[in-house]
Write a protein that binds this ligand. Structure first.
Ligand code: NDP
Ligand code: GDR
Length: 323
């Protein structure tokens, strides 16, 4: 039975990846950071139904010795580094935490693997935010990076360190440059969940307005369930490499919003307001990925259309709130 160690298992992708790997027969070790709210911190694992099948262990991405001990003890075949301060807007308020966890934290995990069990295969959760002020449309593995936030700059550091550990030490370290992916387990602060939760509240009469920031920003939105399979496929290759994972379709925040209101049988214009306080100091206006390399080499293709994703998220939020 192969063993996988996942950092960030309590997040959206950690939950979907735990389900996927258990389905493949893995022993799944999930690292969680100590919290005073340990009863609620594993809520996503409960929702997805893997809480009783994963082994949860304490550690922190900023603490090298905790990571070394975990890698020494479990000798994982595969390490998925998903942990991060992942909310772009917060990265301007907390640039140092973001750099420490999202940037240096990835290097700390790479170091733990290099010291304790270098034969482990390593996955780094890189991001389309690294393309930022895009230098080409669509974006692929050859597109130059231009980060636009402390988060994106931290991810870019982690990305190049993953490449560097592969080239310097021969480690099987791959980086997935994933475009936005969503699900019913998306954090409430991200725009898609903010919208589907807001629409569900309006539908149930709990609220009558939804306030958003920049409605014209465009994103390439996929489903987290599809994207975790791509992570796994990268680590099954003989040679480690970097891959863009995306749907190849872009839509604005306004488009997403319109779909969400329509899915609930409501008119967007009656309820949506904008607030300049939600605008970012520097915006990423357009992301559109070309995942041609992933399709050619990994045989990976996304399967969930945006309309289905929106409908699934709305249905889940209606159910949650009705409870
Ligand atoms: P989430 O924000 O949902 O999850 C982040 C996880 O990191 C949580 O489990 C969190 O734990 C954990 N974490 C944060 N700080 C630490 C720390 N110091 N030590 C250990 N664990 C920590 O992110 P997603 O699941 O959406 O994304 C997974 C990864 O992929 C992230 O690195 C993200 O930046 C990246 N990414 C995401 C994309 C997306 O569209 N979702 C696209 C491209 C990249 P806790 O529960 O305790 O807060
Ligand atoms: P993003 O996701 O920054 O792309 O990062 P987010 O959903 O936060 O923003 C997407 C776009 O929507 C605009 N927007 C709003 N955003 C939020 N959060 N709240 C609002 O009210 C709102 N109104 C408009 C934003 O300005 C932005 O343009 C996500 C994260 O998961 C990262 O970790 C990951 O790396 C990238 O996706 C790929």
């Amino acid at each position: 039975m192969p063993t996988a160690l996942i950092t960030g298992i309590t997040g959206q992708d950690g939950a979907y990846l735990s389900k996927f790997l258990l389905g493949k027969g893995y022993r799944v070790i999930g690292m969680i950071r100590r919290s005073a709210s340990s009863d609620v911190i594993s809520e996503r694992l409960r929702w997805i139904g893997t809480i009783d099948q994963v082994t949860l262990v304490d550690g922190n991405l900023t603490d090298l010795s905790s990571l070394v001990r975990l890698v020494q003890e479990y000798k994982p075949d595969e390490v998925y580094n998903l942990a991060a301060q992942s909310f772009v807007a917060t990265s301007w308020q907390q640039p140092i935490v973001t750099g420490t966890v999202t940037g240096l934290g990835a290097v700390t995990m790479l170091e733990a693997v290099r010291i304790a069990w270098p034969q482990a295969r390593f996955y780094q959760a890189s991001s389309s935010e690294m393309f930022g002020k895009v230098q080409a449309v669509p974006q692929n593995e050859d597109t130059p990076f231009y980060p636009r936030s402390p988060y994106a700059a931290a991810k870019l550091y982690a990305h190049w360190m993953t490449v560097n550990y592969r080239e310097s030490f021969g480690m099987h370290a791959s980086s997935g440059i994933l475009f936005n992916h969503e699900s019913p387990l998306r954090g409430i602060e991200f725009v898609t969940r903010r919208i589907t939760d807001g629409v569900a509240r309006i539908k149930l009469g709990l609220s009558d307005r939804l306030t958003l920031g920049n409605m014209s920003a465009k994103r390439d939105w996929g489903h987290a369930r599809d994207y975790v399979e791509a992570m796994w496929l990268m680590l099954q290759q003989d040679v480690a490499d970097d891959y863009v994972i995306a749907t190849g379709r872009t839509a604005s925040v306004e488009d997403f919003c319109r779909l969400a209101f329509a899915a609930a049988g409501l008119a967007m214009e009656d309820h949506v307001h904008t607030d300049a306080a939600l605008l970012r100091p520097a915006e990423v206006e357009l992301l559109l990925g070309d995942a041609g390399k992933a399709e050619r080499v990994l045989g990976w293709k996304p399967c969930t259309p945006l309309e289905d994703l929106v409908a699934e998220m709305i249905a889940a939020d209606l159910k949650r709130l009705a409870r």
